[in-house]
Design a protein around this ligand. Sequence first.
Ligand SMILES: [Zn+2]
Length: 283
Amino acid sequence: MAYLTSDFETLAKTFDLETSGTKASATMIFQLLLLKHGRRNAFAWYDHENCFGGDDWLNCEIQSTIHNGNSIRLEELKEVAESFGFSLIRERKRLKMEFNHEMIKKEVSVDDTIIQNLEDEMDSGGTATIWILKKELVPNIAAFTGANIPRGVLLEYPYCCISNFVNQKTQLLVDCMKEFYLSFPTNTLNRDPTDQDLKAYCFENYHNENVLDYEMRKKAFEKLAEDSRKIFPFISHHACKNCIDDPQSSPSAKLNKTYADFAGQINDNLFNFFNENGIMTNL
Ligand SMILES: [Zn+2]
């Protein structure tokens, strides 16, 4: 307990939490403490702004989300992580998309090969992710092939929520496939659609707002993420509907309680800040 308080004070100084702290720096400090004090094994920061791709990535910064807020240099973050006995590494492999094959095949007549082709083509593009994790888990990252499931597992997200995320992406693909069959100009072309047509269409139009129900789906996903933030402000993932509907004893509820209790042990202000604003979710 005494160690926890002094660790927090040291990190608050290192990352200027008192003077120019932000949600990002508060979140980073909280994650470092969760790791050091055995509450988590791994934490990841996805490079949404495409900043960490170059050779000098350690000189890059996790940008503050507010004006004049403090940014965190990766070099400094790496030093702190290593002083706690953890590794900080950058991952930027092309990872394949993962879809729920059964869910697709229930609605559209396609085989696994077509779905696998789409999974391979719609890869992550090699966008960088910064990982802070136990040294012995570093080889797990090199072994990743898929973009969502192995990451979620390593980050200790509940499996129901990982599946829900994959199913959301799958739903967009199902909509896209249905749209393709509805709109394929069989009469004009005087032929039936081929698998190649289907794949080309899905590759082009996945995440296209003109696809049927796209706006409605997006709104529903955003509503779920918003509910998750309100009900479970301490977790790093977006909880699934089942977790949200059982806010006392679902897997996300338990994880949120573990992290919330830990935040309460660190510092009342930190607890209150996260309880009101939620921690930053990024991956
Ligand atoms: Zn869940």
